[in-house]
Design a binder for this molecule. Structure first.
Ligand code: FES
Length: 157
């Protein structure tokens, strides 16, 4: 469960941070999923950078931990393995392509649906990785897949 970073005062720990694992373990695994504070989170390490977000895709609950990471429109995204929705790692924005039919030739351009996946803050303290929830009160689409109602549906399936 949760651990305090040893050796230093706990005041240096991020407030309400959830322990995920040691940095070495997270970097080596590249992706870690963990239920912390009642929420399933995915922590991943890409190009030396740590990111955290809700584990299940906002579209239909797909397992983002199995998604590829690719750049679209200059933004690093995780691609959901179920229906290939693209989600920016930094903000949780849903990106999609749209073709303007009046342009010749019709050329697809990238657009944002806004923030769809709840992304969380990752911090590193004394070689340990912590996640602090993004506690924005606005409902974000991925929240649904963290609810008791969703878990009950899944357990019955
Ligand atoms: Fe992720 Fe549909 S569940 S794209």
């Amino acid at each position: 469960e949760e651990e305090q970073a040893s050796c230093t005062s706990s005041s240096s720990d991020p407030p309400s941070a959830h322990f995920i694992g040691t940095k070495d373990d997270v970097v080596q695994a590249k992706r870690v999923t963990k239920l912390v504070g009642g929420r399933d989170v995915l922590v991943l390490c890409h190009l030396g950078q740590l990111h955290a977000m809700d584990m299940r895709c906002y579209h239909s609950g797909g397992p983002l931990q199995e998604g590829d990471i690719e750049e679209f429109d200059g933004r690093m995204c995780i691609v959901c393995p179920w229906h290939q929705y693209k989600i920016t790692l930094a903000e949780g924005e849903g990106l999609y392509q749209k073709v303007n039919p009046s342009s010749t030739p019709p050329k697809p351009t990238w657009h944002s649906k806004g923030i769809k996946q709840r992304v969380h803050l990752v911090t590193e303290v004394n070689g340990n990785v912590y996640v602090t929830f993004n506690d924005s009160l606005d409902t974000i689409d991925s929240d649904f897949y963290q609810t008791e109602r969703y878990r009950t549906i899944m357990n019955k399936a």
